[in-house]
Design a protein around this ligand. Structure first.
Ligand code: ADP
Ligand code: MG
Length: 323
């Protein structure tokens, strides 16, 4: 466990949030090709949180992260990291954040040790303050410390990127879709380590398009879609708003139409032998749904349930916002 996450401190009332974003706007390109990637983002990420930034591909997650990291220039709005404005207090803002980029952009001819030493040099860390070996051990790369990056597996490269982001002991660690190309075992290791960092006080921001991933890890989730934040809440509260499950029945005989008796369950015939029902777990326990199915006398060959998926959630939240 890194001892010197010195900048980290638990959430304290009166301190500025780990990240505060106001009216953030980003337009890529100009003229007819102009693409509005962020349409006025307002967001507070509390100190000490494990924060999920959840949204489908193209939502604007990386754009937001890259603006915070100083890699993309914003069009308008303000952002501050650990209380430091990214425009007027750039150096301190930059020092307060470590970003693990979505792309695996490693120099193939650097070893992990060299990559971390180089990174430490970029941040002007004197030799005495470097903790290259400690970080390599923490991400499980001690064995590979002196191997060229090009010889590392995808999972190892991802962990090397995490290590690079930690070199300057930032109080805020941002991981942009870090599980792409990482197998399950390494993913578990990565999460275990990031959880430890969070428990020790590091604010962690994770972008993902997997609801389950955000649900499992994050104490707060903001949902971003088409460059707009459509929801931001504590994870349990957000999931309660979801309150929607699907049941798919495989039938023993063909139907012509969805039975009228299931109209309140928004019955939908997917094909003559597959019927989908929607219900709200808070309103109707699953056992009640089962009783209804039995009462209808349908011959059921198979049955599966599904949580509402992310697309449904986006639609729902977006609809609620405009209505
Ligand atoms: P996400 O990370 O949520 O998948 P991005 O921030 O990468 O979303 O992209 C948001 C939108 O901005 C997308 O429509 C994407 O095509 C566009 N975009 C991203 N980067 C660029 C760029 N460098 N030039 C033009 N458009 C871009
Ligand atoms: Mg992205």
């Amino acid at each position: 466990m890194p001892e010197n996450q010195v900048n980290s401190s638990p959430a304290v009332a009166g301190q500025p949030p780990a990240i505060a974003v106001r009216g953030l706007l980003k337009v890529y390109g100009r003229g007819e090709r102009a693409k509005q990637a962020l349409k006025g983002i307002d967001l507070d990420i509390p100190r000490g949180s494990f924060f999920g930034l959840l949204g489908p591909n193209g939502a604007g997650k990386s754009t937001l992260i890259n603006i915070l990291a100083g890699l993309v220039r914003k069009t308008a709005g303000t952002a501050s990291i650990w209380g430091h404005d990214i425009d007027t207090d750039t150096r301190l803002a930059r020092a307060a954040i470590g970003v693990v980029p979505q792309e695996l952009n490693l120099d193939p001819f650097f070893t992990p040790r060299e990559a971390l030493e180089f990174q430490a040099g970029l941040y002007g860390l004197p030799k005495s303050e470097r903790r290259t070996d400690e970080i390599l051990a923490a991400v499980g790369l001690s064995d590979k410390a002196n191997s060229y990056a090009r010889t590392l597996s995808g999972g190892m490269r991802r962990r090397l990127l995490v290590a690079k982001a930690l070199v300057h002991a930032p109080p805020v660690l941002v991981l942009d879709e870090p599980t792409a190309g990482v197998d399950i075992e390494l993913r578990q290791q990565l999460w275990a380590y990031v959880r430890e960092l969070n428990a020790a006080g590091t604010t962690v921001v994770l972008t993902t398009h997997y609801l389950e991933e955000a649900e499992a890890l994050c104490d707060r989730i903001a949902i971003i879609n088409h460059g707009t934040v459509v929801a931001s809440d504590e994870t349990p509260a957000l999931l309660r708003r979801l309150d929607r499950k699907d049941v798919i029945l495989t039938l023993g005989a063909d139907l012509d139409a969805a039975p009228a008796a299931f109209a309140d369950l928004q019955a939908e015939l997917l094909d003559p032998r597959r019927l989908r029902l929607h219900y709200r777990p808070s309103q109707m326990p699953f056992s009640a749904v089962l009783s209804r199915i039995q009462a209808a006398g349908l011959e059921i060959v198979d049955l599966s349930t599904q949580e509402a998926d992310l697309e449904d959630l986006f639609l729902e939240l977006t609809r609620k916002r405009v209505s």
